[in-house]
Design a protein around this ligand. Structure first.
Ligand code: 5GP
Ligand code: ZN
Length: 145
């Protein structure tokens, strides 16, 4: 039996995004993982990195999925570095820790000089901004030289 906090899988928004049934600004996708812009970003470029398999917690993730997930996380970080070399990576695990979507995800939250303390307020994002950000974060940085 899953814990009481788990929503039924059919109602999970990140499963719906992974199945392309709900809209999202996807910046990377492969067989096992997907990454997309956060709908209420804490900063410009706030991105979520998600295993396609529905698990609530990192401790539920099958070990053979560690490497694909970490690989996508590193890929997204390299792309975020086109915008800022400063960012926080985090997982909120459990409602008391602020988890609101009970499908495992890493947050990658870019930090900028004009926002020196950790952002606490979410802001909306226009379609235009989302299109531009998704385009930037969908491609790898060119190799140096
Ligand atoms: P948590 O607090 O569970 O770690 O974070 C969940 C994140 O998912 C939040 O930052 C929230 O803005 C984001 N989020 C919630 N619903 C959606 C959605 O439908 N689409 C996208 N792209 N992000 C979402
Ligand atoms: Zn799910």
């Amino acid at each position: 039996m899953p814990p009481a906090s788990d929503p039924p899988q059919g109602a999970c928004i990140f499963c719906s995004i992974a199945r392309h049934e709900a809209p999202a600004r996807i910046v990377h996708e492969d067989e096992q993982t997907i990454a997309f812009l956060d709908i209420f970003p804490l900063s410009r470029g706030h991105t979520l990195v998600v295993p396609k398999a529905h698990v609530d917690r990192l401790t539920d993730l099958p070990p053979d999925q560690y490497a694909p997930l970490m690989s996508t996380l590193a890929r997204v970080c390299r792309r975020v570095e086109k915008m800022s070399r400063h960012y926080n990576i985090g997982i909120n695990q459990g409602a008391l820790a602020g988890q609101i979507v009970f499908h495992l995800h890493f947050h990658v939250i870019p930090r900028y000089e004009d926002q020196p303390t950790f952002p606490r307020h979410r802001r909306g994002i226009t379609d235009q901004e989302a299109v531009e950000l998704a385009a930037l974060l969908s491609t790898d940085a060119s190799p140096p030289g």
